[in-house]
Design a protein around this ligand. Sequence first.
Ligand code: ZN
Length: 657
Amino acid sequence: MIHRNNRHTSLTFLFAAALSALASPSYAAPVISRLTPPSNPLVDGAATLARFLPSQRFDLQATVAPDAGANIVSFSFAVDGMTLNPTVGTTAIVTSGLNSRLSDGSATPANTAVVSLRGYSNAKAGMHSLTVTAVQSDGQRVTRSGNFEVVGITKQGKVAKNIILLLGDGMGAAHRTAARIMVKGYAQGKAQGRLAMDTFPYTGMVMTSSLNSIVTDSAPGMANYVNGNKANNNEEGVFPDDTVDTFDNPRIEYLSEYLHRLKGKSLGIVTTADVFDATPAANAVHTSNRGNGTGIVDQYLDDRSLTGLKVLMGGGRKWFIPNSSDKTSPQALNGSQRRASTDYVLPADIVAGWGAAPGAKDPGRDLIADFTNAGYAYVSDRASMDAAGTADKLLGLFSYSNMNVAFDKINKRRGNSTIVDEFGFPDQPMLDEMADKALKVLARNNRNGFYLMIEGASIDKQAHLMDTDRWIEETIEFDRAVKVAQDFATAHPDTLVIVAADHECAGAAIIGAAAAVMPPYPSTATVATYEAARFPHYTIVGDGYPQTTDVPGRMLIGYGANADRYETWLSNDQPTQDSQQPFIGTPPLSAHPRSPALRNVSNGFLITGQVPGQQAVHTASDVPLSAFGRGASLFTGVFDNTDVFFKIGQIVLGGVK
Ligand SMILES: [Zn+2]
């Protein structure tokens, strides 16, 4: 037996290697270039990389390159030295459709095999060793070892039945502070009120990095919270692999799937984004490409028996409308963006290992009809959402792609703006209204409880665009949804409410206020710093939002992760273009400014950025997390985003003293 990549070089290894060299001077051994789940046995004292709750399911996988002219004929996985006996159909050797390069950048040798055992789980708490052994056609064997940990649960008190996770996308400390300053006001150094999330009794700081970067995107940023493991950027619910297929990656069971399988809990997903977007999808869908919209929305329905999906609300109707011609360009006239190229078909071993639906490339699918045939009530605007009184399963799709933001929805309700009409969706609900509806539906059959994710998506999207007033009002809208969840938990004390962010966006900072008495403010000379900033004052009207954000002495925001922009220090009448809208190329949407560098060119001044591209970017800064209700006391200190999953597991399965 040849041991490769082992931490300790053994005498056995040296002896065997010497014998091999004698027997065949040009002899190369098969190489295992990847073992999944990833582990870090080479780092002494480092935290275990892969951790799971007891009986949480995940896939085992290895990439094996055979000698030239040989191929891999069999393999086995062993845990703690015991060879696993897989269930029929849950293993596979794949040699086609591989990436041209392996994870270390070297070219993929001919006949390289990806070997998998799907849907493994382990109930025993503690560290476990994992070993894969592969045999090539001449009988030569290769092994590689790693490890993973099963995090134990202590039975110790009252458990939480319901979990509500409110995810303010991109919401760093500055976003929270700016919303508080605007909506509550400050005087003589003290805030005149508190955001709902400020009133949560426990707050900690979260480290947000992904498996392959200090700076995460929203896919692992969400998934890390709800399956306990680090993922690569752009990947959700999976570990990285060496195949081209973006739906065949090694899976990790989500909180939703785990709690539905073990406890019969339901899943609710509510977002202001397109429902295919990374944050909502990273609660229920497994793919290494967050952009695969057609397959992602299909999986919501197809795998509802795995996730327990009861409520799905947000934007994204473009993925649900049949596209009979599968046009790639121009846009299908009905707004459909369903494509075979972004759809999914699963390999047989995932279907067998997980009980997942096989999927189909079906751009012509009428997914709204399939949802309603499966018993979901379908609502398309605020009025129909409010009228759906007795539904026990609900699909709400309120726009083609991402919903309009609070700034524009509120101004429409006040009769001040027709921006939402330009998008074709004049009656979109606010996030707090969606949250209230979702909780009513989920509570209706609440014997087993539920997990509900509520996302304020455009805190991030508008921070990327450095549209200050839009992301601050988006944070205010998000906090109103926090209040809805907090009220639910007050009435149902067996509920845990967490307010978190997947990452910070844009390096936002409150740099002061406008110095001049009235706008316009055409240069940096008008940024009043320190005591000159005083205390900006906004008038908050009955709907809970400022009458206007363009007040004298208004709060000013700088961006540490900025691209070029023209700044006026005033609100923008029009939103900046969202490339995901299907009709972005034609009027009236095409008339909106295309980027921050093409916005306010005539009346603003240029602030040059330090990142490439058209938008501000995410940062690696820690983000605040606040908790309320059953088990909230566990969320203090500085912890990793994956730790949140195990805290929730303890609170739901073991309880808190
Ligand atoms: Zn995000």
